[in-house]
Design a protein around this ligand. Sequence first.
Ligand code: AMP
Ligand code: TRP
Length: 322
Amino acid sequence: MAKAFSGIQPTGQIQLGNYIGALRNWQPDPGSFYCVVDLHSISAPWDPKELRQNTRSTAALLLALGLGEGSHVFLQSHVHEHAELAWILNCLGRMGELNRMTQFKSKGRGKEDASVGLFTYPLLMASDILLYRVQEVPVGEDQKQHVELTRDIALRFNSRFGPVFTVPEPRIADLGARVMSLRNPLEKMSKSDPDPNSKILLTDSDEVISKKIMTAVTDSGREVAYEPKEKPGVSNLLEIASTLSGEPIEALAARFRDQGYGAFKRGVADIVVEVLRPLRQRVEALTADVSEIDRRLEEGRAAAEREARPMLAEVKEAIGLL
Ligand code: AMP
Ligand code: TRP
């Protein structure tokens, strides 16, 4: 069984793309760690009250998915080794390689008021991963480049200072690694999109989910077919339905081919509603007891520290810190 590490930012509310591209692929295997990366979310402007609320609700979601049993769920800021290793990796990462990160190019490049943290953020992510000696990092497509940078840094460190780090691999699902916006199927679905109809939140009611899918932008024509280039809107809905129901895309497309977009969207909405309802109910039950969430995060912190502390000590020794 491969050990895995992954993280999610408590910025805004979790959307369906996070679930399909990432959370769904996180397995509760012993030795795996799943982290609410609160330090990453302060690389963009934030409100302290919202940060506090979103951190607890994101943790509640990971616990509701069962990731605190077997594997471990914790908060990044609770384990100071992350920030400490990040400084060391800041001194090994290169301006040129960080300048090539497409996420920085789209969010920060050329903006005088972007934070320095937004630029160096991939090195904090590398620290998260490398502290836990994991083989796999399950993420959506948009994080692949950051995991590849992590590999480069680990290899560079090992060749210079000895075999300290385990070199991880990104694990990206074949289907659903890039769920697109319901309003513009050429852009990815994102927590930070200001248009509420572009994304399905995991907290949305059955009615709201159905309404958003029924009004999703589709393509010209009326045949339901999986053609990501020609029919990006319909293809996105087919991917969503297939990943959530387990029914192959071809079977879904064949079933709805001649029924028109209305009946197709109703079918997709039913699938999404049935998957998200029990999850939403488990999150609501957990959120009612904040002290229970905090207690379980404390367990996660203790487990994470047991791995991170000796790892950081090994790094410091290898690089010559006394
Ligand atoms: P973030 O919201 O940036 O913290 O992302 C958390 C995880 O969700 C990462 O593994 C992302 O790659 C994944 N993710 C975010 N948006 C999408 C999307 N639209 N489709 C698939 N995966 C996504
Ligand atoms: N940067 C990731 C994102 O925005 C979140 C993240 C932080 C992460 N640390 C990580 C993902 C470590 C995987 C492994 O989605």
